[in-house]
Design a protein around this ligand. Sequence first.
Ligand code: C5P
Length: 321
Amino acid sequence: MTVTVRSFAKINLGLRIGAARADGFHELLTVYQTIALHDVIRVSVGRGRGIEIHCAEPRVPRDESNTCYRIVEKTMQALRAKGRVVIEIEKRLPVQGGLGGASANAVAALLGLERVLKKTLPAPERLRVAAEVGSDLPLFLVGGTVLGVGRGEQVYPQEDLPAIACVVVTPELGISTSKAFAEWDRRMKLTVPEASARMVELGRAVFAWLGEIYTGAPRHTVEPRRGRAGNPLLELVRTGIENDFERVVFPEYPELREGKSALERTGAKYASLSGSGSTLYGLFASRAAAQKAAARLRKEGWVAQATATLTRRQYWKRVFD
Ligand code: C5P
């Protein structure tokens, strides 16, 4: 049996880098949001042992450095399962693009493997295994709008906010996240209290936003309130949140700053780098506006796609066919 899983991407709505920790990671505060762009992962288990990774994209590793390999190895052990696991990755998302592609692939491999084996890990163990493989895997076990703290691996589901149209610009450029963090330390030279104060600032903005949108009503999806700012995600970005990685990535790759300006020029209500890049995204007032902007950006030579954010409900509905 082969199970097919959609491996959706994420964007970051604001990201603050805090102090470097003794374990080599940085404290982080971000709001993750899943979007409809995705890779496709196929999982099957046959006789024998070991893990095989297939992918037509040459930049994707096939060995144990692949996130899918690592999570499958851990999951097989935890489930005490036997067999040869074959993972096929149909790559559509950019590699090292800041959309969490490799992390989403690993979580999709885990979900597919569980389904093939008809066995599941207890939820806390799933989160633990995901966090061991990488900081931005656990968010894909939640989906929708997710607050990320710690090194980004501690995830808190937020209210399921209505989808919003967006445009994703993917420059042909891979950026190493660990190098971007190192560059942040080199450039900023923040003391621990300074770094903490900056985190607290974003924390306050996000908390104030939550206070505004939280209705307390037992609704599944927060309705956009007419007559006000509209979509709650736009209210969040209006608080002035930013992605710290722009400060280290834009000086090194000026074309990315241009990409952000191009998104703003074509009508984005908010534009930002996602993660450590190189992907840029813009949030738009309507699907039509996003499609028009994407067409215009393509004419200007950018690789641009119109898409939309995915609510938690949509995310889980579409993960499996
Ligand atoms: O967790 P992940 O494997 O995605 O992290 C890749 C690298 O990025 C880490 O080895 C670390 O150097 C850096 N990182 C960090 N702080 C974080 C997340 C990642 O310094 N919060």
